[in-house]
Design a protein around this ligand. Structure first.
Ligand code: GDG
Length: 729
């Protein structure tokens, strides 16, 4: 039975020394909780480093114990940890991806060698159990090379990759000496997920600038394989936090906190020790508040928890010293006998204490300089079961895209942060409630279970799409058999789409006029009395008429709304239904709500969703989503989807290239039927032509066509080969 393999740098486990040897305790972080539903089932497994160096003689025992928890270890040496993890992961990838390249990144070639070799170690463990048909989900920046290492050895498995930290702009990413290898490594996956659309955009931009792959919308064509890139904002197990607030343990702790800080409002700040979290800048903003607004002295307390992390790395140890100094300084300046401005803790707290703080603090101050998502902000919201409290959130956290009812701030603007604190402290309860309710519903809906389900479902869809792409490239042997069939037949009909098929896409209409070579090819083909040549296009009939009206070619314009037989006038299809419009309008309106700048255009037989004024990139991504959403509805209602230039059009099926082509095919007993096209409008043609037809898509990608060619030049070569004695293909 196919299985799912989760691979992350760390296993969700804590190891403790005990008298009987090493004791393993499951550690349920957000990721482990979310993925619990996956790795604990059937033969599924989670592969990762157990969190400490395990002596050789203890490894068998640990492996055995881990197997009981559906976990599988990758053992690392001390050198691996200092070079791969501390060196490359945390001194190259972490700073560059968080826009701290110039301050903190060091590009040490030896670290890179270890990064490669540790990724190989992970690969070896994965390959020891991976079988055809398995799904492998790789996590985070420590394992960027792993997807392609697995792909090379097992081309048939399904691989997903998710990055938990931001993906930087190309200007940052390109600083890394090994940028090509890193991108190639990630592209071994079938589906690549990020927290936000900005990360998706940055990744696609880096791929298109650094690697020679075609990037269109959210799809990258790597040789013959399609890789899909999308955003999947990670959620939390919100019920756990809400339920914990009701436990006696948490309520007792909340009461204690309330008793201690009874005359004070609490501003809560919780982070791992990291320069990306903006801890020093937050302290500056708090200091500014006390400096400029003495009315708050003695009235507010900043409750600051910094969780020890990576403090063996020099930069982190230095940051810790700076925080100590700054806190000491502020406390020394403002402390009184009965009041201390900052209650500072440098330690990890039990989750009950964390939730007691979340549910008690009037304000939560989350101001990272960069953060992939930031789960603390979501946990605060989930713990506010009374729907009060105010979240101040950095625009630079991925969570800011979802928690839009927080007070959003630029963490570099300490004046703005200080003002937001004042606003939060004085916010009327009804406004707090209005905002918190909204945020709680977002956190509840997009929780970690939803995140896992969405990613896995999409990965399955991507794989199914790749499998359904049974089309084959027309190489010379196939071309020759098509030519042979052409010569063996005498009643032929050939359908040719125009833009993207006979000519490449051009920035403006005039440049897409037919050239001399094209006229030559079409004349050759149409001069054979055994051939019926048809141009079938979405272009206006005036356009086709001007270019081909006097040729011996049958013309079908506007996707099948207009027809012109050789030597005759144009005529139009009439009397079509429009009753489907109401339902589709509702779907399109949702996309208008989610895509600022987009709008709906209503036509007699169609509805069009335009996104030319939407943010670049976002429009394309939403267009793909819209097409996927409408796919089933449209089939149900007998409609046709037409993606165009910055527009997605939904038309009555009666206006359809397939239907238009069939009216011709059925008129005669053709023994050679061939159709060429490049986009979704041509899929109807491919689907409606009889089984014996030779259907050819221009470009890779999912298609109902039997074959594909790469570009219009290959189309022209094949057409030339049909009428030529010499092999020109
Ligand atoms: C990376 C990305 C992304 C904190 N202190 C204590 C404690 N915590 C828990 C929190 C929260 C987690 O640690 C921190 O998660 P964040 O998301 O805030 O930050 P990173 O650790 O940097 O995580 C980040 C995340 O991956 C997921 O994709 O959101 O952007 O940087 O869950 O509750 N837990 C306990 N005691 C503490 O003292 N028990």
């Amino acid at each position: 039975m196919p299985k799912v393999i989760i691979v992350a740098n760390r296993l969700p486990v804590k190891i403790q020394e005990s008298e009987e040897g090493l004791k393993l305790m499951p550690s349920e972080g957000g990721l482990a909780t979310g993925l619990g539903s996956v790795y604990k089932q059937n033969d599924n497994v989670w592969i990762g480093w157990p969190g400490q160096v395990i002596a050789h003689e203890q490894q068998d025992q640990v492996t055995h114990q881990l197997a009981d928890l559906s976990l599988m270890p990758v053992y690392l040496t001390q050198e691996d940890i200092s070079e791969f993890y501390e060196g490359f992961s945390n001194e190259v990838l972490w700073p560059v991806f968080h826009y701290y390249a110039s301050t903190y990144a060091t590009y040490n070639p030896s670290n890179w060698e270890y990064y490669k070799s540790v990724n190989e170690k992970f690969k070896d463990v994965v390959l020891s159990i991976a079988e055809p048909g398995d799904t492998i989900w790789v996590h985070d920046y420590q394992l960027l090379l792993l997807p392609s290492l697995i792909r090379q050895a097992r081309p048939d498995v399904s691989i997903g990759f998710f990055l938990h930290i931001p993906f930087p702009s190309h200007e940052m990413f390109r600083l890394i000496p090994w940028r090509m290898e890193l991108l190639e490594g990630m592209l071994g996956a079938d589906l690549i997920g990020f927290h936000t659309f900005d990360d998706v955009r940055h990744f696609l931009s880096s791929v298109s600038r650094i690697l020679p792959y075609q990037v269109s919308s959210n799809t990258i064509t790597c040789d013959e394989r399609l890789v899909i890139v999308e955003s999947f904002p990670m959620g939390i197990d919100e019920k756990k936090y809400a339920e914990l607030t009701g436990t006696t343990e948490v309520q007792n702790q909340s009461k204690q906190i309330n008793d201690i800080y009874k005359d004070n409002k609490l501003i809560l700040s919780i982070d791992r020790l990291d320069y990306s979290k903006g801890i020093l800048q937050r302290l500056q903003a708090f200091e500014l508040l006390l400096d400029e607004n003495p009315e708050y002295v003695g009235k507010v307390t900043l409750y600051m928890v910094v969780v020890p992390s990576r403090d063996t790395v020099a930069q982190y140890a230095h940051l810790r010293d700076q925080i100590d100094k700054k806190v000491g300084n502020i406390n020394a300046r403002y402390r009184s006998i009965e009041w201390t401005p900052i209650s500072y803790y440098y330690r990890s707290l039990p989750i009950e204490t964390l939730v007691a703080l979340y549910s008690t603090a009037e304000v939560c101050l989350v101001t990272p300089m960069r953060d992939g998502m930031n789960l603390v902000s979501k946990e605060y919201v989930a713990s506010r079961t009374r729907d009060d409290g105010v979240l101040i959130l950095s625009e630079m956290a991925g969570a800011s895209k979802e928690l839009i009812d927080s007070l959003l701030v630029n963490p570099n603007n300490i004046v703005q942060v200080k003002d937001a604190i004042i606003e939060a402290l004085n916010m009327p309860l009804d406004e707090q409630t209005r905002r918190m309710k909204q945020m709680r519903s977002v956190v509840a809906k997009f929780n970690v279970t939803h995140w896992v389900a969405l990613f896995m479902e999409r990965l399955n869809e991507v794989k199914a799409m790749q499998r359904s792409m049974q089309t084959r490239h027309v190489h010379s042997a196939t071309a020759q058999s098509i030519v042979n069939r052409y010569h063996d037949t005498s009643k032929r009909i050939i359908f040719l789409d125009y833009d993207g098929t006979l000519v490449g896409f051009k920035p403006n209409v005039d440049q897409a006029r037919p050239d001399a070579e094209l006229y030559d090819i079409l004349t050759q083909l149409s001069s054979d009395p055994n051939n019926h040549l048809v141009i079938i296009s979405g272009r206006k009939h005036e356009n086709l008429g001007e270019w081909f009206g006097d040729k011996n070619i049958y013309l079908i314009a506007e996707h099948g709304a207009w027809f012109k037989q050789q030597g005759m006038e144009w005529y139009k299809t009439s009397g079509l239904s429009t009753s489907w419009k109401k339902d589709i309008f509702g779907v399109l309106e949702k996309y208008v709500d989610r895509t600022p700048g987009s709008f709906i255009e209503e036509k007699t037989y169609s509805l069009a969703w335009h996104y030319r004024k939407a943010e670049r990139g976002l429009g394309e991504l939403r267009a793909n989503e819209l097409i996927n959403t409408l796919k089933f509805l449209a089939t149900d209602k007998g409609l046709q989807l037409l993606p165009g230039d910055k527009v997605v059009e939904v038309k009555n099926i009666d206006v359809n290239k397939g239907k238009a082509a069939l009216t011709l095919v059925e008129q005669k007993d053709y023994d050679f039927i061939m159709g060429f096209g490049d986009d979704l409008t041509d899929e109807d043609l491919f689907k409606s032509l009889p089984d014996k037809a030779i259907t050819i898509k221009v470009g890779t990608g999912a298609s109902a066509a039997k074959f594909y060619v790469r570009n219009p030049t290959e189309v022209r070569n094949l057409l030339k080969a049909l009428t030529s004695d010499v092999t020109v293909y």
